[in-house]
Design a protein. Structure first.
Length: 292
């Protein structure tokens, strides 16, 4: 496939919510960028990612692609590992040989969720599902292949685009008076646009290598998060959230209960605070309404 002149940023991922938010942020910052979907680089095929990096020689590579189906990952382990573990390792090696910066996006699910305090960048990972295990392997392969790798762990990414948690709940709410949502899993909902802004800032921060955390504040349960955006959309919907326990809502993959990413490294490297998720609900609802 013929590609235009080399972009400054090469993004792996195209239709995903973070890839789309990175593309939107690049337009705001007047940055040249190419978003490579699986039509250009299929991450299940060894060598595809490396070949693209070698051909384009971008200054920055951000990996926003992943196998994100947490429950299906328990069964599709080979596929999940190829995308989440092997591909980032290959990208890091290619970036090392080109001298490109490599920023790889990871997850709070590398932790077991049992800590009483938020996890810092130095906390010991201990994933409790296959998706989390594959993402941790991806982190390690990338860091071990290239010491100038930046890993950015995030949680509960939302945008109002596609298939994120708010879209699923808002679409269900259109036909339900009540919704049962887990109230004993705590997370930090992270607006994809705010994450994208911080990824560009980290990329430009000269020695921001190693692990960083970027999660929305304040921490909230999934039920609490849903209640907040349903209330904001209340005039149109009016669906009531019924909080339930994880035991009452069993899933194929176990979820960490207190999945709270803390740590100061993002602020120290970029001057940017953790995003406040309530401030992004309006934009998320606009995107959801526009996509209906
Ligand atoms: N969503 C969350 O709540 C959440 C929470 C914590 C961490 N994260 C992490 O944040 C990052 C971005 O997630 P997201 O929410 O934007 O995910 P998403 O909306 O599910 O998008 C996944 C992306 O991965 C790409 N992809 C999947 N399989 C591929 C393959 N075989 N070859 C090439 N590309 C492939 C897709 O490519 P196409 O464009 O071709 O479809 C898509 O762009 C991921 O690293 C994820 O692990 C997400």
């Amino acid at each position: 496939m013929a590609l235009a002149a080399a972009p400054e940023f090469l993004i792996f991922g195209k239709s995903g919510q973070l890839a789309r938010s990175l593309a939107a942020q690049a337009r705001c910052e007047d940055v040249s960028l190419l978003c490579a979907g699986r039509d250009i680089a299929d991450l299940t095929i060894p060598g595809h990612a490396r070949a693209l990096i070698e051909r384009l020689q971008p200054r920055f590579v951000i990996n926003a692609a992943a196998y994100t189906a947490v429950d299906r990952a328990e069964d599709e382990t080979l596929l999940c590992n190829a995308i989440n573990a092997d591909a980032p390792g290959e990208m890091a090696k290619a970036c090392a040989s080109q001298g490109s910066r490599f920023i790889h996006v990871s997850t709070d699910y590398v932790f077991n969720g049992e800590s009483d305090t938020p996890y810092t960048e130095d906390s010991e990972p201990d994933p409790i599902n296959f998706y989390g295990q594959s993402k941790l392997e991806g982190e390690l392969k990338a860091l071990n292949s290239y010491d100038q790798t930046t890993i950015v762990r995030t949680s509960a990414v939302f945008s109002g685009l596609g298939d994120d948690f708010p879209c699923k709940i808002l679409n269900l709410a259109a036909s339900r008076e009540t919704l049962r949502i887990v109230d004993d899993q705590i997370t930090g909902p992270t607006p994809a646009a705010e994450l994208a802004r911080r990824l560009f800032a980290l990329a430009r921060s000269p020695s921001a290598y190693g692990v960083f955390h970027c999660a929305g504040q304040p921490f909230v349960s999934w039920a609490g998060f849903a209640a907040a955006f349903l209330e904001q959309e209340g005039s149109a919907i009016g669906t009531r959230v019924i909080p339930v326990s994880s035991e009452e809502y069993p899933t194929r993959a176990r979820r960490p209960k207190r999945s709270r990413l803390g740590g100061d490294r993002l602020k120290e490297a970029t001057g940017l605070h953790s995003p406040q998720w309530q401030q992004s609900l309006g934009l998320m609802l606009d995107a959801w309404r526009a996509s209906r």
